[in-house]
Design a protein around this ligand. Structure first.
Ligand SMILES: Cc1cc2nc3c(=O)[nH]c(=O)nc-3n(C[C@H](O)[C@H](O)[C@H](O)COP(=O)(O)OP(=O)(O)OC[C@H]3O[C@@H](n4cnc5c(N)ncnc54)[C@H](O)[C@@H]3O)c2cc1C
Length: 525
């Protein structure tokens, strides 16, 4: 068995875990992060893409509202390349109570969330697709944020401070020495061997799976209540500003422009198993209706892809377990020394991607306290690699880059303007990556064709660059198509059927993907 020694093992490679490993490494701890699959493949890759201004919580959850407003400003400073400054509107639709907007403005003032009312005329001038019958509009500092850029940026920052980030390492056991945590045992899912990581501290950042991890250490179960939400990406930016309904938080009340698409969401349903999250037909219809209420004609636009994610909410005694919509979005740090008599382990849950840096600060502060250390947090000040120029992301940035090199570099994915050298460079860095792993970082196949034109090109390129052989290339292509299909079939109607038929002809007809040379074993991850 391979052995490593470290001070801290961070479990979970979502936004929380990456924030935590970065923070711990910046405070001088030797830190190792382990993630069972790729970074940002849990909730962090299945969220709505909203950088909260805090507006959503000014009435329902004032503490979270203030945290969001403060962290929104910090993220724009330290991680600009992951954030687009779309701005946001809270709009009162024709049938909504216009008095809620007064409560909203009062809540915003009390919580320090910047918000100001603008005229309906001005809102419609800036977002002409909005329902012309809206009654009121309030402007806030919402943005959109790319969860994968965010986690990979934090990983590079952590590594620059000496941390190790191990993807495809699944925790199978936590060993104790009496009442202390002593080691974490992982399975290297790609290398096929077990790895023992001796440590003095474990920080459990496994999101909706945090309960499973705490049980491995023999602690009393942590009651994580997964609150599932579905989202649908529409085939282009129907709006350029985040549109929120100005009502008490409910289902389907936010439309977020993210990269080349816009995302409607979300629902909030209590689930028991975060590994099996359905995308029910009735919820798809509910989201399309919700979009139509804000943007007339929404239903006629092409829905591209649907997915569901699970909020890592910690059970809240104030509300019933079934009622995840009204559970606090606030973060909770569980100290297993006082709760279970287990030294050297903390669990974190709740929170939002927007507050990932602050969540990390809280849990690493709690570890410091237990270890009797005084090492201050500096994560709000140091800029993350990739954001040194402090330029916020703009949707046109790849087009600008293309204009500089338009004759030199071949385009592989037209929808997302991903070129050959971007793909080859990342593949050289991560030779064991699947096409899905590369997709998350490059947005391969995430635009209107959903991989129809670019996936085969990417697989062929990986092969011609001799990064992989033909069998692996076709195995990866099949796996990629299988995963894309999960998010396509729930919204298979209208124009999307035509695109899917075309994709099917390309892959099954022209390329005969089912009968290409296959690797000896089907690739499953
Ligand atoms: C529908 C929905 C919409 C949302 N929209 C927004 C939004 O717009 N804006 C916002 O700010 N927040 C949003 N959130 C909240 C936000 O997405 C989450 O709070 C955040 O992503 C949680 O990150 P995490 O790191 O705690 O969990 P995760 O991202 O789930 O990370 C946990 C990780 O632990 C790993 N893991 C599990 N078991 C093991 C094991 N045995 N060994 C190793 N690793 C393991 C998992 O693979 C996973 O990657 C939304 C959430 C949902 C569900």
């Amino acid at each position: 068995m391979k052995r490593l020694d470290t001070d801290v093992v961070v479990i979970g490679g979502g936004s929380t875990g990456l924030g935590v490993v970065r923070d711990a490494a910046m405070r001088g701890y030797r830190a190792v992060l382990v993630e069972r699959v790729d970074l940002g493949q849990g909730t962090t890759g299945r969220f709505h893409g909203l950088l909260h201004s805090g507006g959503r919580y000014v009435v329902s959850d004032p503490g979270s509202a203030t945290e969001c407003a403060e962290e929104n400003a910090i993220l724009r400073r330290i991680q600009a390349s992951a954030v687009e400054d779309t701005g946001g509107f809270f709009v009162t639709l024709a049938g909504d109570d216009p008095a809620y907007a007064d409560k909203f403005l009062a809540g915003a003032k009390a919580t320090g969330v910047p918000a100001s009312e603008i005229s309906v005329k001005e809102a419609l001038r800036r977002e002409p697709r909005l329902d012309p019958h809206i009654q009121r509009a309030i402007e806030v500092a919402d943005g959109s944020v790319d969860g994968w850029q965010l986690v990979w940026g934090a990983a590079r920052s952590a590594e620059a401070h000496g941390a190790k980030v191990l993807t495809y390492h699944r925790v199978t056991k936590i060993e104790r020495d009496g009442d202390r945590v002593a080691a974490v045992i992982c399975r290297d899912e790609k290398g096929g061997e077990d790895v023992r990581i001796n440590c003095t501290f474990v920080l459990n950042c496994a999101g909706p799976w945090a309960g499973q991890i705490s049980e491995m250490a023999g602690a009393h179960p942590v009651e994580v209540v997964p609150g599932r939400g579905i989202m649908i990406a529409m085939n282009h930016r129907l709006v350029n500003t985040v549109i929120n309904r100005c009502v008490y938080p409910t289902d389907g009340d936010i439309l977020v422009p993210v990269h080349t698409v816009s995302i409607i969401g979300t629902t909030d349903i209590h689930e028991t198993d975060p590994d099996h999250l359905p995308i029910p037909h009735n919820e798809v219809q509910q989201m399309l209706d919700a979009g139509e209420a804000m943007i007339p004609g929404f239903r006629k636009a092409r829905a591209l892809h649907a997915w569901s994610g699970s909020r890592p909410l910690i059970k809240d005694k104030r509300v019933s377990v079934e009622d995840t919509r009204h559970m606090s979005r606030g973060m909770a740090v569980i100290d297993h020394s006082t709760r279970d008599g287990l030294m050297g382990m903390l669990t974190i849950g709740g929170g939002k991607l927007t507050t990932y840096r602050l969540m990390a600060e809280h849990i690493v502060d709690a570890m410091n306290d237990q270890l009797g250390e005084n090492r201050p947090c500096t994560t709000a000040d140091e800029v993350i690699p990739g954001s040194e120029d402090r330029k916020l992301y703009t949707v046109t940035h790849r087009l600008e880059d293309r204009e500089e090199d338009r004759l030199d570099d071949q385009i592989i994915c037209e929808c997302e303007l991903m070129n050959r050298s971007m793909f080859v460079r990342l593949l050289e860095e991560q030779p064991n990556a699947t096409l899905d792993d590369l997709r998350r970082q490059l947005r391969l196949g995430m635009g209107p064709c959903q991989g129809g034109f670019c996936a085969a090109r990417a697989a062929g390129l990986a092969c011609s660059e001799k990064a992989i052989d033909a069998e692996r290339a076709s195995g990866l292509l099949r796996l990629f198509l299988k995963h894309r299909w999960i998010g396509i079939w729930p919204i298979l109607y209208g124009q999307q059927v035509r695109q899917t038929a075309l994709d099917h002809w390309i892959f099954a007809g022209t390329l005969d993907v089912e009968h290409l040379p296959q690797p000896e074993e089907e690739i499953v991850r």
